[in-house]
Design a protein around this ligand. Structure first.
Ligand code: LLP
Length: 431
């Protein structure tokens, strides 16, 4: 506990964990568990930290934030960011529909992803997205053809695969040449020349995204430098670039590491781009995790404490279907009892009820707990609810937004009935 990083919006007072003005134990009691709880202050402050780097002293703008909504696509969170002035990075037609339902503007959206379907491209062209972040020549050709058939011109950017090692988990590393993402560095210039010839594509930008949960600045600088070299070459060939989208990827503290300073990170990159003589470009950031990750926790109640000859298990009512990250990436999330009690310390593996050995949320955690106590799994605001599933026919968790002393239900708890409402029995004669 002593060296635990306590995220913005959270505090510990009189042995109780608080989110803004409310105790986590009172929220668990009133709304039940498992339950995601987000702090409006923390979301807003993270966004403002980016904004303070994006705005120059004279108030003019040198960069824009497009929230990578895959990190958390709850409508209330999208709506909050839209009101704060964010654009969005989206990766499916479904995400585009969410932005619109949340009151966001498609003109402020970039559309990323390696597998855009014809239907999604049509939908995005009709909605008028700011830009397609194109990942291959076949995709470029498809976009051009669809734009032609609709009598539209598609704004495009090519996603560069800069072949840079982001030094993060292999599953969330995207900028290496054997990853499926982007256009190979050596092929980028010729692909721009191809795009330049296309009647229904307009080149507006260049983009990259090298990975996620990156805690060092060097991989970002390395990939930016490689891209700036491409922009210089494109300029010589009379192919002007308006915006440089440097992707997302900034990591957060998951408990014990220092939390990177968002403003410092963004300023360092923006200053570097200016120093290299590219200050005229509009820069785009696509942060996901660093905007929402530390703003949310997952509350879960202990069902059983199960000692075995080999280990002690703390069996809770949240599981891998609510928070996939430990099972999928071996990810660490700090876990704390929401009420600190004077009990003996015991080391537990914190596990869920799902029938998989991989269903764990924390290993070898020293906790002072009793059955029925509530735990908070910290830093669960990013890639928590958005990656949740219904495995084992488990309804998705309720989600709450806290604003000072006010609590808003931003996603109702699913009912079991919701889970099979789209399923049908075979007709009697077929069975
Ligand atoms: N832009 C693009 C094109 C992306 O693919 C991503 C994330 C982002 C931006 C935002 O990256 P961030 O700022 O959140 O690092 N599920 C994994 C993370 C997958 C990230 C996928 N792409 C996890 O839970 O760690």
């Amino acid at each position: 506990m002593s060296n635990l990083f306590i995220p913005n919006g959270f505090s510990v007072r009189d042995n109780e964990w608080f989110i803004e003005e409310l105790s986590l134990s009172s929220l668990a009691k009133e709304y039940g568990t498992p339950c995601f709880v987000y702090s409006r202050v923390a979301l807003t402050e993270a966004f403002k930290q980016y904004e303070s780097a994006c705005l120059r002293a004279d108030g003019s703008r040198r960069a824009r934030v497009h929230f990578a909504m895959k990190a958390n696509s709850n409508l209330a969170i999208l709506n909050l960011f839209a009101k704060l002035g964010a654009g969005f990075d989206l990766v499916s037609g479904g995400e585009l529909e969410r932005v619109i339902a949340a009151g966001g503007n498609p003109h402020d959206c970039v559309f990323s992803g390696v597998g855009k379907s014809a239907k999604e491209i049509t939908q995005a062209l009709l909605a008028g997205v700011k830009c397609f972040n194109v990942e291959s020549i076949p995709e470029l050709t498809r976009i051009n053809e669809i734009a032609h058939s609709l009598g539209k011109v598609a704004p495009i950017s090519l996603r560069v695969n800069p072949d840079v090692d982001a030094k993060t988990h292999p599953y969330i590393s995207t900028g290496l040449k054997d990853n499926k993402f982007g256009i190979a560095y050596e092929a980028v210039l010729s692909t721009y020349q191809t795009a330049h010839q296309m009647s229904n594509c307009k080149i507006v930008g260049i983009d990259c995204h090298i990975g996620s949960q990156i805690l060092e600045i060097e991989p970002f600088i390395e990939s930016i430098d490689r891209i700036l070299a491409l922009i210089a070459d494109l300029n010589k060939r009379n192919i002007p670039i308006e915006h440089l989208d440097i992707g997302g990827g900034l990591g957060i503290s998951y408990g014990h590491e220092a939390s990177p300073d968002i403003t410092l990170f963004a300023n360092t990159l923006l200053n570097h781009i200016e120093q290299q003589g590219f200050g005229h470009l509009e820069v785009v950031f696509e942060p996901g995790r660093s905007l929402v990750g530390n703003a949310g926790v997952l509350l879960t109640q202990i069902e059983y404490l199960k000692p075995t000859p080999a280990k002690n298990f703390c069996i809770v009512d949240a599981a891998m279907n609510d928070l996939m990250r430990p099972a999928m990436y071996d990810a660490y999330h700090a876990i704390v009892p929401v009420t600190l009690k004077d009990l003996p310390e015991v080391s537990y593996d914190v596990v869920g009820p799902v029938c998989e050995t991989g269903d764990w949320l924390g290993k070898n955690r020293t906790l002072k707990v009793l059955p029925q106590d509530v735990l908070a799994i910290l830093s669960a605001g990013a890639y928590g609810s958005s990656m949740a599933s219904n495995y084992n026919t488990r309804p998705k968790a309720l989600e709450l937004m806290i604003d000072g002393e006010n609590t808003y239900v931003i996603r109702e708890r699913e009912s079991v009935r919701d889970l099979f409402t789209h399923e049908r029995l075979l007709p009697t004669k077929a069975v």
